[in-house]
Design a protein around this ligand. Sequence first.
Ligand code: ADP
Length: 351
Amino acid sequence: MPSERSIDPFTPRQFARITAAFVAIVIGALGLLLEKGPVEVTGYWRVLMLAVVGFGATYIAVLAALERYIKARLRLLFRLVHDLRAGGGHPVEMDRDVLGQVRETVEDWAHEKRTEIAELKTRENYRREFIGNLSHELKTPLFNIQGYVETLLDGALDDPTVAREFLGRAARGAERLRKIVEDLDMISRLESGVMEMTPEPVDLNALVSAQLSEASGSASASGMRLINAIEGNPRVLADPQRLEQVFTNLIANAVRYGREQGTVEIRAFDLENDQVLIEVSDNGIGIAEEHLPRLFERFFRVGTSRARNEGGSGLGLAIVKHIVEAHGGTITVKSVVDQGTTFSFTLPKAR
Ligand code: ADP
């Protein structure tokens, strides 16, 4: 089927020119016919001038009428389309295929709308999924707390040992809820740009040492070794508090998903482009390749993740990614199941 675009209609100017030529020919022919007797040379000139004037007058009149007519009709259409696109007015070029221009504009507009609709649908799905995940995350600890409190009220309170045990469990549920809400708050502040980053030169070695010693309690419970393998004193430009959070989350994961008697190691490399590459590695359970692309999504957890029972909110890596990117860095992950995982991220070097 030939496309509509291949039809090449006359432009208003061409149309006016053809009409004017036609009128000029008619005037000329009439003039010649009306010349009585043998035509004199001056008569030819008169006829020619008449034809030229006729051509000019017709050209101007037809063009003006056409332009007026078309512009009046199109203005409305353009205004409608451009108002919807929040654009300004659109000059109609009378030397080009006018309807083609209208079609182009409307097609562009329709394309924009289609893209917008697709984007809105994606966002809507995302929102729906987010709310689903959120209520799922909140439900488990909330129901646990409710269960323990009700059992206590139903009589367990009378047995001090059981009461203490159940209150402890309820408190752990409440702690989990608090963690989820805090993480959510952090994510929404990071995403809306409300959270201000105040980068300053940070001594990476010192910060990592402090973070590792904080994690040493939970690590030693499973006989893990935490190693700061950063050489020298590289300095990065970062918000110290936020950077601490990045390490807290990555180290907590490395310990949580590490192996008993395993190791967690942190290294740093000077890159040439004024960046420092930092790696947090463990030799734990690893992550299957199919899960890696979604790892930094909010609430994403590997199916068999132990986190669910151990208080992970599934938001930790999403927060880490946000913070790294807010500093102008990038984060990637490499992992082999049963061998271990390495998270690598970049930060700007402090001068
Ligand atoms: P969580 O609070 O569940 O740990 P994260 O966003 O920190 O949430 O991590 C998302 C998921 O990625 C975890 O549930 C876990 O399945 C996986 N994961 C993260 N870090 C590691 C790691 N070092 N080794 C293996 N799996 C990991």
